[in-house]
Design a protein around this ligand. Sequence first.
Ligand code: FEO
Length: 397
Amino acid sequence: MTFTVKNNIQWVGKIDWELRKFHGDEYSTHRGSSYNSYLIQEEKTALIDTVWGPFAKEYVENLKKTIDLKNIDYVVALHGENDHSGALPELMRQIPDTPIYCTKNGVKILKGLYHQDWNFNIVKTGDTLDLGNNKTITFVEAPMLHWPDSMFAYLSSDEVLFSNDAFGQHFASEFMFNDRVDQAELFQECIKYYANILTPFSPLVIKKIKEVLGFNLPLDMICTSHGIIWRDNPAQIVEKYLEWADNYQENQVTILYDTMWDSTRIMAEQIAAGIREADDNIRVKLFNLAKTDKNDVITEIFKSKAILLGSSTINNGILVHVAALLEEIQGLKFKNKAVGAFGSYGWSGEAVKIMLERLEKSGFKIVDKGLKMIWAPDDEKMKTCKDYGKSFIDSLI
Ligand code: FEO
């Protein structure tokens, strides 16, 4: 499959309908994904990015149906990560002298991954590639959005920004344009992508978007490297990114827990009831971490103004699904979120203290000492949980 994006820009990538896990097993992709590669054929021809390695042969064979590979003048590698560079070895075997344009860090990454001394040409912000027909590619480095080598490319005259991972989503769709897909599905995948991948880099996101907006370039489309292309009001996803990067939160409290014999679950439900009684405008969501997709949970944390984390105590510690979440959120560097902790225990009861210590180190605002309870909650203890929910909400005001 190929299709025209605009004028002489063709999409030559791969839709991966089957993908359910990405970055190894780190990121769930319920709706598949795509690896978007673009061929721009003017007086000169440029190929922007390739696809993931398992599709390399298929990609190059398809590309050959569109163009004689020898007629590709420039290969542009906006980002060296495997999902976009994986087909380079297959492609470059057939056109070994064709120049590859990437950042200085891009060279290091591509050499590190593929151990090849290809014809690398290092570009920096403001460097250009003239394609003829009054069309020029201008490069804009975007380090740590989300890798050190990431960059954007802007095609003049067509007014198209090739943004690589930024503004993308893991979303397989035949339609490939934002105005043709289900908007709820699209924005769910966008916010999940932002929450799970870009959260730690939010200050850089704001800085980079302001820098690019400062160029006052007309923008007709944003061609991402995953998912759909933004052709209907592309500024809408830029505005969303500015909103999400600015310590985003909704009026939501998320309760996350794991439980051994249901006591911690009962605590979670009673705390939720207490929150609802205190303020029924707050959206309260509960998730058992052992039964819920990790990346969906991260997305819910991203949307929350506060979370409550619950774990039974086991072997003087916490349950492994809670520990895994703590590891994940430490790296994501959430800002401006309050937290409480709770859990049941039989004899030693360290879990609440352990969770709060680790959450504090991860930058969460600790609002109280948490709530731990021995054995199973009776009516009186359930009321204590409800009261805890109420006081937790009161402390947020
Ligand atoms: Fe889609 Fe960072 O690669």
